[in-house]
Ligand binder design. Structure first.
Ligand SMILES: [Fe+2]
Ligand SMILES: [Fe+2]
Length: 294
């Protein structure tokens, strides 16, 4: 049975069952462009640099230097990566030489995404937990891709963006729904977010003009077997998300999940020793990243 609920006029709000039906129907696609969340400042520029295989050090340095807080974080990271060296790194150019343009772009992007979407009225506690989950999944995706012999920088980006649709679903609930009487998202809202975020994420990737190669990994990260254009990157994103749940990165720890019994993991060549190595490396990497980024 399908219910047709029309998009309400500006300022009008929908009750929960109607809101649910309206979001599930995809009618929100008709809203003005300005309603969708915007990419955080500097993120677009850094994304373009990250997508350019021949990006110059000067361009990355110029972009990162636009935000002194970001520049300071990159310097801190470069110095901790170079702690064995006697010389302290004091310029962004030296930091890029030490870490490489790709890693600097990835860290800068994770920092931008983590800093955006913190509006408590719209996202509530989700802003924080989603930030942690996305950064954790990005680092796991990087490690999984590396283990599977696939491009790890692209995997990082897929992991970072995989649940981005959750933010827009929460914004739609905030903008178009009646406020929850308890002030917290209802069980029905949580179900709605779970059921619709992957498709909504695909919409945002397109709206933000992000690389087409992100579509499959974002839209099918819970059903990787449905990906047609980027099956490997989608499998990596799926695996990273499952493992991020296993480790409890920004979400309750999933004790039930057994990666060794998962066909998708086997397809990626993640055997017992590969999973043991991921189990050993991922939590430490996540803690460092979480503490370092806002
Ligand atoms: Fe998801
Ligand atoms: Fe996720």
């Amino acid at each position: 049975m399908s219910t047709t609920v029309r998009t309400p006029a500006a300022g009008r709000r929908l009750r929960e069952p109607d809101l649910d039906a309206w979001i599930r129907s995809g009618a929100w696609r008709d809203l003005p462009e300005s309603n969708a969340p915007a990419l955080p400042a500097l993120a677009t520029e850094i994304l373009e640099l990250a997508a350019d295989p021949d990006v110059s050090q000067v361009k990355v340095a110029n972009a990162v230097s636009k935000d002194p807080v970001l520049a300071t974080r990159i310097l801190g990271l470069a110095n901790s990566a170079a702690s064995a060296a006697a010389v302290t790194i004091t310029s962004i150019n030296e930091a890029i030489l030490r870490l490489g343009t790709r890693i600097v772009c990835n860290v800068a992007l994770a920092d931008r995404m983590a800093g955006g979407f913190q509006d408590q009225r719209i996202y509530g506690p989700f802003g924080q937990t989603l930030r942690d989950h996305s950064i954790g999944t990005a680092y796991v995706a990087y490690l999984v891709a590396d283990t599977a012999g696939l491009p790890s920088d692209e995997a990082f980006l897929c992991g970072l963006m995989h649940d981005i649709g959750k933010l827009y679903v929460l914004k739609l609930v905030h903008d178009v729904g009646l406020p929850s009487p308890t002030g917290k998202p209802s069980a029905s809202t949580l179900r709605l977010v779970t059921d619709t975020h992957a498709e909504v994420g695909g919409f945002l990737i397109q709206k933000w003009g992000l690389p087409e190669s992100l579509q499959d990994p974002v839209v099918w990260h819970h059903e990787p077997w449905r990906a047609t254009r980027e099956p490997r990157a989608t499998a990596v994103t799926y695996a990273a998300n499952r493992l991020a749940h296993r480790y409890g990165f920004g979400v309750p720890r999933d004790e039930e999940y057994d990666p060794l019994a998962d066909h998708e993991m086997q397809e990626l060549g993640l055997d017992e020793s590969a999973v043991a190595e991921l189990d050993a490396r991922a939590p430490g990497l996540y803690e460092v990243a979480r503490r370092g980024l806002r």
